[in-house]
Design a protein around this ligand. Structure first.
Ligand code: GLC
Length: 747
């Protein structure tokens, strides 16, 4: 019995037969393409050979910068043969122009290349690492920083960035927490959208906008043991509730590409997960861009144990929904054979090739393949004073004042001899942090340089390294103590080397490495005022340090303007308002520890108890050292008069916040909600809003939030997202642990 085709499919067959290629209906084509773009793409698709279509599915690395194991690729000849769709790690106008010319002048159909790079927290002007930026809670500034990154990257020939990294992470042992926005999904989603808008701007055809690439899809931030690339095994509810929303936020913001993650989820590696890449991403979410793998993650399906060989891996990846293979050469080497063996379809190859051509059209590369190759822009739009000024402000806003014993900070006016001590005080190489791409560490400003500049010609700033960041050599202690004894004030720069976080940089211990705790202890014995400045890419278990009578300023890796932005805070020009977006544990043994945890049937308690059968550790209290949302100010704030009013599907929250201190300051007022009884267990708190408000000394501000019932929705076992009527507790406060609250019932 001949299967009965619907009219639509008959039409599709006719079109296929007539044009020799599958021309997608208008409705499935990326909605931002012009009619001429579509005509150009249709024309190319009808002319392209199978080899040329497969060619578009290849992303090769230039010889410039390996960000993973190098796969062999003689890409220049392949470019000329029209067998490369994109190049990564190639930039500067001259180099990009030379490679583009090979594609545009020498290949048969003259299809231009995409040029991608990891522009993660700046291009030449390097901003604080993304985890640091997230502590600013300044979405506009984060968007502006990505705008600057896009301006600088496109001024050097790039048109695609492998960012934003939007992996939610609750395990600071994992080195790539430095690249994300911390542990909270709601905040992470807001930041993800801001980054995409910053990169892509309002017009992708403009010569200073970058195609964004949300990564790593998905749940890469939940590896077992916090060990990079390790297995991810989480529930479907957790996937939907915690790890997927930032990606959806990127797509809703218009992100043009997505990168698959190295990891598996519950036995299925993301790079061949058809449910993830096709059913969810394209069918449920309606994604119109293209999917690129991570570095050789197609090849790695063999090591994962789901593909017999690279050819089988290529089949699995393409059929799951991957459109472009990053440096793996598997599509190039095997796709024609797979088609011949009917293990992939021409239709799937067509949709993949078309998705790459659409991206090139969206970027205006068919109108002008050299659109991003302006020498003038390269000479005038990089590391400009405005860019450096924004970077400096971002450094200050990313700093978090964790402790300020005896109001040691800000450094008092008229301070005498200042001793700057520690392994991170004058380390240009560490200031940029990991994933600093084209950043020049030589151009970064260290803390020592910035503090010395502050005092001008006056010779009152002295320096001793004291120790290295990551070994057991204490031979520098004596000189450090001697200097400290002669000083009136000590700035102690401690932390990690920048290579201790980032990719393939997990740590089993998140303590201060080496002998830095001992250095802090011997210096504390001098009785001098000590301001510790921390340079690190992850939350650290600084319990010993915090037990000393010191001030502690978390400065992350601040990038090109690190020293200047930190000095602005140390000297009080900027009142710190940063709030940590990832919990600081007391001990690595508490990991994973995060604020929006479940209550459990044996709730953990914070106070001492004789009860034996409660959820706790015998050797550590349950609470973190510093909770999510925590950060001090040089002034103080008081919360009062919390009002919660409910209306149909709406909750209005108002609170008064008074600046009770001696100087103006910004405060990040945070709104949390707890669903007291759900059909599934619910977190004890969930961030649902914030406002970063400037409150002058003596001033009281009334802050209002509006929540609607959709904000209370969560995924149920049917994987549908909706809210349950009932009792809710509404919290407002200065961090996730210090709040005032009221309960409401919503019908
Ligand atoms: C790396 C990273 C990914 C990056 C890519 C290209 O392995 O996992 O984030 O974008 O390779 O450098």
């Amino acid at each position: 019995m001949q299967k009965c085709f619907s009219l639509a499919s008959m039409v599709a067959i006719l079109m296929f037969t007539f044009t020799g290629s599958c021309v997608l209906s208008q409705t499935t084509v990326h909605q931002n393409l012009s009619a001429s773009d579509i005509a150009k793409i249709d024309s190319l698709m009808s002319q392209m050979t199978l080899e040329e279509k497969i060619g578009q599915l290849n992303l090769f690395a230039s010889g410039w910068d390996a960000t993973g194991p190098m796969a062999g690729s003689n890409n220049e000849q392949l470019i000329r043969e029209g067998k490369v769709g994109a190049i990564l790690n190639a930039y500067t106008v001259d180099y990009v122009r030379a490679l583009q010319r090979m594609a545009v002048d020498d290949s048969r159909l003259k299809i231009p290349l995409l040029f991608g790079y990891d522009v993660i927290h700046g291009h030449r002007t390097i901003f604080p690492i993304p985890l640091g930026q997230s502590c600013s809670w300044n979405l506009k500034m984060i968007e502006d920083a990505e705008r600057v990154a896009a301006v600088e990257a496109t001024a050097e020939g790039l048109n695609w960035t492998f960012a934003p990294m939007v992996d939610i992470a609750r395990d600071p042992r994992w080195g790539r927490v430095m690249e994300g926005a911390g542990e909270d999904t709601w905040l992470g989603s807001k930041i993800a959208a801001a980054r995409v808008k910053g990169f892509q701007g309002k017009d992708l055809k403009a010569n200073n906008t970058l195609l964004a690439c949300a990564k790593h899809f998905a749940a890469y931030g939940a590896p077992q043991g916090g060990r990079d690339y390790h297995t991810v095994d989480i529930s479907q509810i957790s996937l939907y509730e915690w790890y997927l929303p930032p990606f959806k936020a990127c797509l809703d913001a218009g992100a043009g590409s997505i990168m698959t993650s190295f990891n598996e989820i519950g036995g299925v590696p993301s790079t061949c997960n058809k449910w993830l890449l096709t059913d969810l991403l394209r069918k449920e979410w309606g994604f119109k861009g293209f999917v690129v793998t991570d570095w050789t993650s197609t090849n790695e399906l063999v090591d994962h144990g789901v593909a017999e060989n690279f050819k089988d891996a290529a089949r699995l990846a393409l059929n799951a929904g991957v459109d472009m293979d990053m440096v793996g050469c598997t599509f190039l080497d095997y796709m024609a054979e797979l088609l011949k063996e009917k293990k992939v379809t021409m239709g799937r190859i067509d949709t993949a090739a078309r998705s790459i051509l659409e991206a090139k059209a969206l970027l205006g590369l068919f109108d002008d393949p050299y659109r991003y190759c302006s020498k003038t822009r390269q000479e005038t739009e990089i590391m400009t004073p405005d860019h450096l000024s924004l970077a400096r402000r971002m450094v200050s806003e990313s700093c978090v004042l964790l402790q300020n014993q005896n109001q040691i900070l800000p450094i008092p006016e008229g301070v005498g001899r200042v001793a700057i001590i520690g392994p991170l005080a004058d380390s240009k190489k560490d200031m940029l942090g990991s994933w600093s791409g084209a950043g020049k560490w030589e151009k970064s400003v260290t803390l020592l340089e910035a503090v010395r500049e502050r005092f001008g010609k006056k010779t009152q700033v002295f320096y001793e390294k004291g120790c290295n960041a990551n070994d057991n050599d204490k031979s520098g202690f004596d000189a450090a103590v001697k200097l400290a004894m002669s000083a009136d004030y000590i700035i102690l720069a401690l932390g990690e080397n920048s290579w201790m976080s980032g990719e393939a940089a997990s740590r089993t211990s998140i303590e201060l490495p080496g002998v830095q705790n001992e250095l802090a202890e011997v210096l504390a014995k001098t009785g001098k005022p000590i301001a510790v400045v921390l340079f690190n890419g992850r939350p650290l278990a600084i319990t010993k340090l915090s037990g000393l009578p010191v001030a502690i300023l978390e400065a992350w890796f601040g990038g090109t303007q690190a020293g200047n932005g930190i000095a602005d805070v140390l000297f009080g020009d900027v009142n710190p308002a940063g709030k940590i977006t990832m919990t600081f544990p007391r001990s690595g043994g508490q990991i994973p520890i995060f604020y929006n945890a479940k209550n459990t049937g044996r709730p953990f308690i914070l106070t001492d108890t004789t009860d034996k059968y409660v959820s706790r550790y015998l050797d550590c209290s349950n609470d973190p050292l510093f909770p999510f949302g925590y950060g001090l100010s040089y002034t103080s704030f008081e919360y009062s008069n919390l009002e919660v009013a409910t209306d149909v599907n709406k909750i209005t929250v108002t609170v008064q916040v008074a600046n009770t201190g001696s100087r103006d300051g910004e405060e990040v007022i945070q709104l949390y909600v707890r669903d007291k009884v759900g059909s599934l267990t619910r977190p004890v708190k969930e961030l649902k809003g914030f406002e970063k408000a400037l409150i002058k000394k003596g001033e009281t501000k009334t802050i209002s939030f509006i929540l609607n019932t959709n904000d209370l929705a969560y995924y149920h076992t049917d994987m549908k997202k909706y809210w349950d009527p009932g009792e809710f507790e509404v919290f407002v406060g200065t961090n996730s642990a210090e709040t005032i609250s009221k309960s409401v019932t919503i019908k």
